[in-house]
Ligand binder design. Structure first.
Ligand code: PMT
Length: 405
């Protein structure tokens, strides 16, 4: 199966003579098994008709931000949510400028602004327009924000000039998109991920737990799966559906999570503890619901096993990654955990105030390993999970160079 098979690709087409090549790109992406939806700017419709793209994509083509029917339930927010990745080809100087400055005055720029999926641009324009300082500054700004720029190629242009500005060919763009999906990175590797909270029973109806929603761990499991790894996701109680294509083990308490991890970790290459595991549990949970007869109540707690430390201490330990949830001194405290647990790497995030990672849709991470500190800036958890996957893979192969085959 091709790597683009089943991927949802949003193809944006802007005004330029290269728009005719977008029809070939749409056909190529479909041929490779992707589901393609198309947004055209008004300028693009002067070069190629929406009907052509509708026939090739098999879907209504979206052109108007204010369509009365909201495009059969696919308005800009729905399109942004639907896509796995976005490619704008051709990307005109005008649209590049608008994207660089956050302007959203048509369906395409509004959708992109509302979308946190990987964005690629295939610029096409007159070579002097491409080389203009304004265009180059806009391109650099977009690259610094993580946008991938494909091309342009050099050669003879429709306007008669020679130089950079030709849109890449459909096959080249499809090849880049496939690489971007990153699926080879962890091919053949087995990764165990924990996620969510644990629940430590006080009695049959009450327990100790925390605010973890599981979002970060589930997104990381999805990103690792997309990078080609086989995933075992061991999760505490959450409201989320398990990601498709992962082995899923549902547990409740830290003790159950420990047992599930220790049963699955011996054959794995990488272990990642995203779960917010309760550090303590009641020594003797009551068999029946505790009555509120007394004015005060003491519950004796005992330490839970430290799962990360246990995994890291195994004779044939996998590459071991922890998370650190901190309300203060984020880096200092995470560094202490890295050392105390004997793990390879830790990803620290704040869990207090308005930037708390708990149950949020976005997050930021400070990555600490024995070589130093780096930062992944705030973005959506799906995008952050993709970035973290690359960071983990890079350190894994540096640690075990023999496994990079
Ligand atoms: O689930 P979300 O709502 O998306 O929120 C994400 C998150 C905040 C839960 C996540 O990003 C995060 O920080 N996870 C780690 C939470 C945590 O328990 O941190 P800690 O600093 O208490 O523990 C450090 C590490 O030791 C963690 O990797 C934890 O899984 C591990 N641990 C802790 C206790 C224990 N008994 N065994 C462990 O293995």
């Amino acid at each position: 199966m091709h790597k683009l098979a089943g991927k949802k690709i949003l193809l944006g087409i802007t005004g330029g003579i290269a728009a005719y090549k977008s029809a070939l790109l749409c056909r190529e992406l479909k041929r490779l098994g992707a589901d393609v939806r198309v947004i055209m700017t008004v300028a693009a419709t002067h070069f190629i008709t929406p009907l052509t793209l509708q026939a090739l994509s098999g879907h209504t083509v979206h052109c108007d931000l204010f369509e009365a029917e909201s495009d059969h339930g696919m308005g800009h927010i729905e399109l942004a949510r639907w896509a796995d990745l976005v490619i704008i080809a051709p990307a005109s100087a005008n649209t590049i400028a608008k994207l660089a400055h956050g302007q959203a005055d048509d369906l395409l720029t509004t959708t992109v602004l509302a979308c946190d999926k990987p964005l690629s641009l295939a610029p096409a324009m007159n070579s002097l327009m491409w080389q203009h300082l304004a265009t180059q500054a806009n391109i650099q700004l977009l690259i610094s924000r993580g946008v991938t720029v494909l091309g342009p190629a050099e050669g003879e242009q429709a306007c008669g000039e020679q130089g950079p500005g030709r849109m890449l060919e459909a096959e080249q763009i499809a090849e880049h998109l496939q690489q971007q999906l990153n699926q080879e990175l962890l091919a053949g590797k087995k990764v165990v991920v924990t996620a969510g909270p644990t629940w430590e029973a006080i009695d049959p109806v009450r327990g100790l737990t925390n605010h973890s929603s599981g979002k970060m761990g589930y997104e990381l499991a999805s990103a690792l799966r997309d990078a080609g790894a086989s995933i075992t996701l061991i999760s505490g109680p959450t409201a989320l559906s398990p990601p498709a294509g992962v082995d899923y083990i549902n547990i409740t308490s830290a003790k159950e999570m420990t047992d599930a991890v220790m049963a699955n970790v011996p054959s794995c290459d990488i272990f990642i503890g995203v779960a917010a595991v309760a550090d303590y549990r009641p020594v003797s949970p009551a068999q029946q619901k505790i009555k509120k007869d007394a004015d005060s109540l003491s519950i004796e707690l005992v330490r839970n096993p430290d799962i990360l430390a246990m995994v890291a201490a195994l004779d044939d330990a996998p590459f071991t990654v922890g998370f650190a949830a901190e309300t203060e001194k984020v880096v200092e405290n995470a560094q202490k955990k890295l050392t105390a647990k004997g793990i390879h790497m830790i990803a620290a995030n704040p869990v207090s105030g308005k930037n708390s990672a708990f149950n949020a849709d976005s997050n930021e991470l400070t990555l600490i390993d024995r070589d130093g500190i780096s930062h992944l800036s705030r973005c959506s958890k799906p995008l952050l999970a993709q970035k973290l996957t690359k960071e983990i893979a890079q350190r894994y192969y540096e640690t075990y160079p023999a496994k990079d085959s």
